[in-house]
Every structure is written in C-alpha cells, then in structure tokens.
Design a protein around this ligand. Structure first.
Ligand code: ARG
Length: 456
C-alpha cells in the first residue's frame, strides 16, 4: 500500500523516493544512543512538568522494551519509517499509546540526530583511546627488548646512521601519542549538547538543557540553536584525526613490508597476519600491513566527502547531512579493526637482530661519526665532510667498511686521525655518543621508554 508522508501531502511517496531518502539501513546503528537521548529528554520534560510523571514512566518502560527487542534482534526496521528515529518512535507509540506521542515534544529530528551523532562519536573516541593505549604498550614492550639492537637508520631509504631498533619503534610511540591528543581534543568539542535546539530556532517550552547535558554526561550545552543542528565539524575533525592516525600506521606498515622481504630480512611477521599465493608455493605475503596501507585510501576519501558535504550548505539543517553517516561509520569501523589487529601484529613480531646489525655494518653508517671525530680534533666540519667522503670512496673501491681500514690507510686522508678513531667507527660507539635527550644511545632510549611508560 502506498502511503503519503503526512496529511500535508496529496501524493504518496514512491518506492524509489522512499528508498533514496531512507537512512534506516545504516543509521539503525544509532539506536542505543537514540534511546539514551530520548530517555534524558523525557526525564527533562517530566521534571519541567511538560509531560506527567505517568507519561515518563510509560515512555521509560516502552523504551526499555524497544532496547530489549533490538538487543535480541527482534526489532523490525522498516524503510516506511525512514530513519532510526521514526522507527523507534513509531514502535513506542504502538507499545504505549498516547504517552509515546508526547516524547517528541520540544524536539526535532534535527537536534535529535545531532545529539545521537555526538553521543555515538564520543563512545567511539573512547574506544580508540583504549585501543591506542594497548598498541602503544605493545610497542614499548618490544622496544624494551631492543634497546641494544642496532639497525641502520635511513634517510631517502639509504643507510644513514646507526640507530637502536628501540629508538625506531619509539618514534611510532610518539606519533601515536599525538594521535591520542588529537582525538582527546576532538572529544572536547564533540561532547557538547545540541538537544533543545529543536528544528533550528529552539522551542517555546520551558526546557532545561543543562539538566539534559548532565544526564547525558555532556561537558556543556551548544550555545546557538542554528549551529547546533547544522554543523558536522566534529565529524570532520574526527575523520581528519583518523586519517592522520591511519597515515602513521600506514608508514609503519610500509616498513614492516620492506623489512620482511628477503632483501632486508629484519623481521618476520607472524603467519596469522600473512597469506600464501595460489600459484607460487614459496610465498608468504604481508597482507595485513598491506591492507592497513590500503585502507588509508578510504579514510582519506571520506574526509574529502565530508568536507564537500558541508561546504555549500546554507544554515541550518539540510538533508545533505544524512550523508555524513556512511562515511563516518566506515572510518570508525576501519579504525576499530586496524588498531586491534595492529596491536596484535606487533606483539607477535619476530625481530632478526643480527641481520639488522649486519645491514648497519654494510652501509658506511658511521661516516658522520668519523667526520665528528675530526671536528673534535680541530678540523672545521665542512673540511671533515670532504675528508670522510674520500675515505668512503676508497673503502667502497676496496669493498670494506670504514672500520676495516688500517690506521695507516685512514691517516692518508687526514693526519689528525689517531688510534682512538676506531671507537668512533664502531656501531656501538656511534650509538653511545648520541646520549642527549631524544638521541639514540641506549641510555637515552631507556629514559625515553621510562617516560613513555609513565604516560601509559
Ligand atoms: N535521518 C536524518 C539525518 O540523518 C534525521 C534528521 C531528519 N530531519 C529532517 N528534517 N528531515 O540527518
């Protein structure tokens, strides 16, 4: 049977229009926060004597029943009722009658959906913060075992200077720490109550918005009703923070992929995160880090989608905003899974310390140390740079490391070089000398790890 949207209309809503405009297919996910918001709204209406205590207790009973039905998968969602809000309201009226019709007093779906999205996002951010904490813990735990593991540090993906593997890992700890603070910051602006804004201009009922904010644990009340129903900047901020976080994990993934090739052979990713090939029996492919790297694409794409969604909307609410849900749900789902899987992958990573050290020995990683040695003996840095460049060229021709050259050979490049040079040319010597705050020496890295643990 074809139905009109309301008595205002003459023509019925066609099937295609119904399908095109319905959001219940995805916004049913807001059901629990929608009920939570409705409950707080009803409590306020009763406290303000806008509805009776009896109405409130009926509404509470009805909403509890609906919650049960949803939990048990018995609730019947229908696109005839467009979205999560109308589906629940219709069922409430069916269950409790007259009192159900009063719940929407002083409220609009516009402030309702804005409230739902904020409640939902707040919960998501809290979950991510816990997940990030776990991932950071696993990174720190691995770092603790590898303070003395030496690997080549890279710039331009060319061997640059030796670093401790722990130091490399702790770089990611720092990135994730900033990601956490971005999310926390976004949470502050998310956690403001729109309810009470009604459709756009507020309501003529004597409502108490601060009371609703308190019930729903919002930090405050949105100060302008038109802003409250229309802006989705909090979702955009969240998406941007998610894109940054995923970018960090993508860089980490890229390294795991490189490190697990036969050419690097620095790590082995545990079997559970890899797959084989249907044709090449020898293969073990790092699917999970590849997927993390790949999924950044969708998160970045959603950010552009949301910015574009917002950019030309006149105040206040427009139905365009219904399009915020699918992208943002996908961002959250991507983050939820990625953070869990990444934490587990790090916990199960096998590190091939000897191979790392061998690679560091091969790449003339201590050349800067030789230059610094000469500077300490009185040569200006630019001249020292030139001397060492010549020595490296000579060593490359001989196919040996700088530390393999004899003192006589080295002295051909500078008379300032003495026997104590070999301390600077070892990987350990190089590492140990970088003992300032933020450096890669084992003592500095141990301190960084201690500090990190205090933050967790
Ligand atoms: N489903 C809508 C959304 O997601 C709810 C708000 C509808 N408001 C309206 N005036 N049609 O934005």
């Amino acid at each position: 049977m074809v139905k009109k949207w309301s008595e205002r209309f003459d023509e019925p809503t066609s099937e295609i229009v119904k399908r095109y405009s319905a959001s219940v297919g995805f916004d049913y996910r807001l059901a629990m926060v929608d009920i939570q918001g409705s409950m707080a709204h009803a409590q306020m209406l009763s406290k303000q004597k806008i509805i009776s205590k009896k109405d409130l207790s009926n509404i509470a009973k009805g909403l509890k029943q609906i919650q049960k039905e949803i939990d048990r998968g018995q609730f019947k969602w229908s696109i005839d009722d467009e979205d999560v809000h109308l589906n629940i309201e219709k069922r409430l009226i069916k269950l409790i009658g007259e009192a159900g019709k009063k719940l929407h007093t002083g409220r609009s779906r516009n402030d309702q959906v804005a409230t739902d999205m904020r409640l939902w996002l707040r919960g998501m951010i809290d979950q991510h913060l816990t997940q990030l904490q776990k991932l950071q813990k696993n990174i720190v735990q691995l770092a603790e075992q590898h303070v003395d593991t030496i690997m080549p540090g890279f710039t331009h993906l060319q061997v640059a200077q030796p670093v401790s593997f722990a130091h490399h890992l702790m770089a990611y700890f720092e990135m994730l720490q900033r990601d956490k603070s971005r999310l926390l910051d976004c949470r502050k602006r998310t956690n403001q109550l729109p309810l009470g804004a009604a459709a756009l201009a507020g309501t003529s009922y004597p409502i108490d918005r601060k009371y609703v904010a308190k019930l729903l644990k919002f930090d405050g009340v949105m100060e302008n009703s038109m802003d409250a129903v229309s802006d989705r900047d909090f979702l955009i901020e969240y998406n941007a923070s998610a894109a940054m976080l995923m970018t960090h994990l993508s860089r980490f993934s890229e390294e795991l992929i490189l490190w697990s090739t036969d050419f690097f052979d620095f790590v082995e990713i545990s079997d559970g995160f890899c797959t084989g090939s249907s044709i090449m029996p020898q293969k073990k492919n790092p699917d999970i880090p590849e997927l993390v790297r790949g999924k950044v694409g969708r998160v970045n794409g959603h950010l552009v989608a949301l910015l574009t969604l917002m950019k030309a909307q006149p105040l206040s609410y427009n139905k365009d905003n219904q399009e915020d849900k699918e992208p943002i749900f996908d961002v959250a789902d991507t983050l939820l899974d990625t953070l869990d899987i990444f934490a587990e992958m790090i916990a199960k990573l096998t590190v091939k310390s000897e191979n790392m050290e061998l690679a560091a020995l091969k790449g003339y990683a201590t050349a800067t140390d030789l230059a610094d040695y000469l500077v300490k003996k009185g040569l200006p840095f630019r001249d020292a740079h030139g001397v060492v460049a010549k020595a490296v060229k000579f060593a490359i021709k001989k196919s040996v490391d700088l530390s393999d050259l004899t003192l006589i050979e080295l002295q051909k490049f500078s008379k300032l070089i003495e026997h104590d040079v070999f301390q600077s040319l070892t990987l350990q010597g190089s590492l140990n000398s970088r003992k300032h705050l933020g450096g890669t020496s084992p003592t500095a890295v141990k301190k960084a790890i201690q500090k990190a643990k205090l933050k967790l």
